[in-house]
Design a protein. Structure first.
Length: 185
């Protein structure tokens, strides 16, 4: 018997006959007061992302303005024609999201239509994400309730950044160095 098997056997013996225990989960269900779009925009900005809040009718023009002449990956289902496909030579990616969290300024991708693959969203140096106001929820519990746990999830809280032991900040190590967010109202 391996050490692992021995440990698991001891655990099984120790809990034999014990019934299931209900674990109470009293998550705060709703944030009180305030505008979710405003709070989300403020929190995303705190992470050093570039934020635009525009009416839905102005989103296509704002996308064009943000992208300029960049060679962009445009994932299937985004709602625009074509795009760059090679993650190694693309300047960036433009995506939708599955849900956005106001309290934490977090964008969640489940890599469904218009959200691209993990590689497409993590390799390029620039990420433009379009978030609809109705996708913004108050907190993490509400976001988790909207997500399918069987899907691959990428949680983005600002541009990629890390710090070394001397607190020297380095951006772009684990994902795009620049995150730009268009919030469609």
């Amino acid at each position: 018997m391996s050490a692992r098997e021995e440990i698991l056997a001891r655990v099984r013996k120790a809990v034999a006959g014990a019934g299931d225990v209900e674990i109470p989960r009293h998550y705060r269900a709703e944030r009180q007061g305030g505008d979710l779009v405003e709070l989300f925009a403020e929190r995303v900005d705190d992470y050093r992302a570039i934020v635009h809040v525009v009416p839905a009718a102005e989103v296509p023009g704002k996308i064009d303005e943000c992208l300029g002449e960049r060679r962009m990956i445009v994932p299937d289902g985004f709602g625009r024609e074509g795009g760059w496909h090679d993650v190694n030579t693309a300047d960036g990616v433009v995506t939708n999201c599955a849900v956005a969290i106001a309290e934490t300024g977090t964008i969640v991708l489940d890599h469904g239509p218009g959200q691209g693959t993990r590689a497409q969203t993590l390799v390029p140096d620039y990420h433009l994400c379009v978030v609809r106001a109705d996708q913004i929820v108050p907190g993490v519990p509400e976001a988790v309730a909207r997500l399918d746990p069987a899907r691959p999830l990428t949680w983005i809280s600002g541009p990629s950044a890390t710090s070394d032991i001397e607190l020297n900040r380095v951006e772009g190590v684990h994902g795009p160095r620049t995150l730009e967010v268009i919030i469609s109202t």
